[in-house]
Design a protein. Structure first.
Length: 117
C-alpha cells in the first residue's frame, strides 16, 4: 500500500497550489480520502475529506479554515485524490498528508507547502 503526495512547494500569499495523492495497493474506490496538515509545533489537523463514492456519494467536509478556499476531489479511475488550494495564506504553511480510511487506515509521507512572500 502506498500513498504518494505531490504538488507542494513555495507560493506567495494569495496564490494557488494543487496537491495530488496517488494511491496503490488497495481498492481505492472503497476508501474515504482526506487531507491533513501539520504545522511546526502543532498537532496534525483535518483539512478536507471526501467520501468513497459508494451509496453515500462523494460527500465532502472541510475544516472551517479551508471552507471557500480549498476543494477536495477524487478520480477513482486514476486512484488519485486532489486538493485545490486557492487564496493561500501564510498560516496554511504545513506538511500536507493524504489519508485513506476504510476498515484500515493508511497515510502518505506528506508534501511541504510553504506560503511566504
Amino acid at each position: 500500500v502506498t500513498l504518494v503526495e505531490s504538488g507542494g512547494g513555495l507560493v506567495q500569499p494569495g496564490g494557488s497550489l494543487r496537491l495530488s495523492c496517488a494511491a496503490s495497493g488497495f481498492t481505492f474506490s472503497r476508501y474515504s480520502m482526506s487531507w491533513y496538515r501539520q504545522a511546526p509545533g502543532k498537532e496534525r489537523e483535518l483539512v478536507a475529506a471526501i467520501g468513497s463514492g459508494d451509496s453515500v456519494g462523494d460527500s465532502t467536509n472541510y475544516a472551517d479554515s479551508a471552507k471557500g478556499r480549498f476543494t477536495i476531489s477524487r478520480d477513482n479511475a486514476k486512484n488519485t485524490v486532489y486538493l485545490q488550494m486557492n487564496s493561500l495564506k501564510p498560516e496554511d504553511t504545513a506538511v500536507y498528508y493524504c489519508r485513506a480510511v476504510y476498515f484500515s487506515s493508511y497515510w502518505g509521507r506528506g508534501t511541504q507547502v510553504t506560503v511566504s512572500s
